[in-house]
Design a protein around this ligand. Structure first.
Ligand code: PRX
Length: 650
């Protein structure tokens, strides 16, 4: 179907719609209406349906101390009970919970009963080390059954986990350990990715020497590579050995609905990464609900979310959502391009994956590979098991959408382009696959009950067709509860006074004048999105200027990139004369390595440009807009008359 302006619209297939968990636009609209008519009643109904409570809640939403909202506050529950025991009690004990595929292709499956036993053993280990409800546990591990079990084990005893992505450096890990005040780190000897054995434990060792981690009592190590590693006596212990001595049962610790299930650090426009604090009850509700409605998960699906458990997508759509529903899911240790760029397609074929959820960056890089080599093109694999595709983390450009739809989805699978954030806990704007007509490049309409809107700088609605600031007008159950230890920053970052009490997402957006569909136009703050990874420009600038022997000044901006969406571009003023040729290359490498050490390899700039100075206004502000144009290679159209040093542009 095509509209006047040639925008393609893909309407849901009738058979898919009829069988879908949200079966058609009327069903979607009925849910929206229900939420509109009785907002609290709507969420209370779903919270009773999707979550098993130890003590049922009687209060739904408490707004007394806004924006520190409370949901279901007098209810108690346990997230691990909801994801594991409950399924075993329902007769799903022998059902496969996780199909794990290692980097090298070895497959291990665990049933719900087995995952419950492992989780309970880990929980008993943590208890035996003195970990109690409310204590924090940092998890620095790769994609593994052990990683999921470690998170579930924390949840089981009411400890708050904070997973740190395995690509972060010792310095970043140290910052997070210190900020959480964790007692325990759970890690592995190594991680294996793309055929390479990469250290994890030795990075933990380094982090712990950097200072500020004095609260850490023990480091629990999962054996992955089995290679010889340094173990500090009295502090470091093999988790597998300890777990083997523990009982396979562990009574869950029942916690209040708002008890912090996890902290996850994410970048903002200023300062150090912030510890986004999520609740147990509201979070779990939305993780389960969105898995059911957005992904249309059913009992015999094989669900695969390719995100890492170090990011929020891995939390909501690996560790919690699919397990809460008793689903079967894939956990993949490796990378999409090893041993070749057909890895995803081969795994979909081998495991008969029916729902596949990945990031536009991965799709774009696999398109390039497939177009160069038929052997890694999806057409060389049997992908007929697929029935639904998803996209997350960054805008998906229509060309990539069309390719994904045609070549991966065989033209028959709906694509859910899900807009959300670490702070939102789960999907906010997304199609319902059996209901919403799809437009490539648009995340379409709000999830039922989520009150997203586009406003101007003073919080007034802007008409459709006009861009503005994306906000959420009403609190929702899975929303961020606080920034760990910094309530003031929480209020300032997300509830600025000029926005009438609305949640500020930090993105710009526009609604189509005809369809009212949302399109995300990008961050409105100094946050970059590189391959779906969120990074603050200030963080990278601070890392650069911390290389004090070389760098006098630095400014970081983003520029569009064909594969990674955005690329980091750094403008650097050195403390020495301008380098050229090989010398410039060598210094750029040094700076990249320095950033790798300070933050992690994901933050390394793609471009580093040296200059005598940075373009500044007379009041000394760096003109970032100008730098962005330079980074993109555009002609300068901005007014440069306020430049203090116009000659710099040359
Ligand atoms: O800019 C938006 C972009 O990613 C940001 C959130 O990043 P993070 O907290 O790391 O969470 C990523 C996984 C949910 C948003 O502020 N973003 C996320 N999903 C989309 C998106 N931009 C456009 N379309 C999306 N579907």
């Amino acid at each position: 179907m095509t509209t006047e302006n040639q925008t393609k619209i893909y309407t849901p297939d009738a058979a898919f719609a009829a069988a879908a968990n949200v079966s058609g636009m009327a069903a979607y609209e009925a849910l929206c209406k229900e939420a509109e008519t009785d907002y609290e009643g709507y969420w209370a109904r779903l919270a009773r349906e999707f979550v098993t409570w130890k003590t049922p809640f009687t209060k739904v939403l408490n707004q007394d101390n806004a924006p520190f909202f409370k949901w279901f506050e007098d209810g108690t529950l346990n997230a691990s009970y909801n994801c594991l025991d409950r399924n075993v009690e329902r007769g799903l004990g022998d059902k496969t919970a996780i199909i794990f595929e290692a980097d090298g292709g070895e497959v291990t499956k665990v049933t719900y009963s087995e995952l419950l036993a492992k989780t309970s053993q880990y929980a008993n280990v943590l208890k035996s080390m003195g970990v109690q409800k409310g204590d924090r546990v940092v998890i620095y591990i790769a994609m593994s059954i052990e990683g999921v079990a470690a998170m579930q084990a924390c949840a089981r005893i009411g400890a708050t986990h904070s997973v740190v992505f395995g690509g972060f450096s010792a310095q970043s890990l140290r910052d997070r350990i210190e900020d959480t005040g964790a007692k325990i780190v759970i890690t592995a000897d190594h991680q294996v990715r793309g055929g390479k054995k990469l250290p994890l434990k030795s990075i933990v060792d380094e982090a712990l020497t950097l200072g500020g981690c004095e609260k850490i009592q023990n480091v629990l190590v999962v054996k992955r590579s089995g290679a010889e590693i340094a173990m500090t006596e009295g502090r470091d212990l093999w988790l597998g050995d300890l777990a083997a001595q523990q009982s396979t049962t562990c009574e869950p610790t029942w916690v209040e609905a708002d008890h912090p299930l996890f902290l996850l650090y994410t970048s903002g426009s200023t300062g150090k990464p912030k510890g986004v604090q999520h609740s147990t009850g509201g979070y779990l509700l939305h993780a389960a609900l969105t898995t059911k409605w957005t992904f249309d998960l059913k009992d015999n699906d094989v669900f695969w979310c390719t995100a890492d458990i170090g990011w929020v997508t891995g939390h909501s759509y690996i560790t919690y959502g699919p397990l809460a529903l008793g689903g079967t899911e894939i956990v993949f240790e490796g990378v999409p391009t090893y041993p070749d760029a057909g890895r995803f397609w081969k795994m979909i074929q081998d495991h008969k994956v029916s729902i596949f959820y990945t990031a536009p960056t991965a799709i774009r890089s696999l398109i390039k590979a497939a177009e160069a080599n038929d052997a890694v093109h999806p057409k060389s694999y049997d992908l007929s098991s697929l029935r639904l595709l998803g996209s997350v983390g960054e805008p998906i450009n229509p060309a990539a959408w069309e390719w994904y739809h045609l070549h991966v989805g065989g033209g028959r699978c709906p694509i859910v382009d899900t807009f959300w954030q670490t702070e939102t806990g789960g999907h906010m704007i997304t199609p319902m696959p059996g209901a919403t007509p799809l437009v490539p490049g648009s995340c379409t309409l709000p999830f039922p009950g989520i009150q997203v809107a586009i406003v101007d700088e003073t919080g007034n609605d802007v008409p459709n067709g006009q861009g503005g600031i994306l906000v959420v007008k009403k609190p929702w159950p899975s929303m961020i509860r606080n920034i760990w230890g910094d309530g003031e920053r929480f209020v300032k970052s997300y509830y600025p006074s000029e926005l009438k009490g609305y949640y500020l997402a930090g993105d710009g957006a526009i609604r189509d004048a005809n369809t009212a569909y949302f399109t995300i136009t990008g961050r409105i703050d100094d946050v970059l999105n590189v391959s779906g990874h969120r990074m603050g420009t200030m963080e990278i600038e601070s890392a650069l200027v911390s290389c004090t022997e070389l760098v006098a000044e630095a400014a970081v901006v983003g520029r569009p990139d064909d594969t990674t969406g955005e690329a980091v571009c750094a403008f650097v003023v050195l403390k020495r004369s301008l380098p050229t040729g090989d010398e410039a290359k060598a210094i750029a490498k040094k700076l990249r390595d320095h950033i790798g050490k300070e933050i992690g390899p994901i933050a390394k700039p793609k471009d580093i440009r040296f200059g005598e100075n940075l373009p500044k206004t007379r009041s000394g502000k760096i003109m970032r807009r100008l730098l962005r144009s330079i980074a993109k290679g555009e002609a300068i159209t901005q007014d440069t008359s306020t430049l203090e040093n116009p000659a710099i542009l040359d």
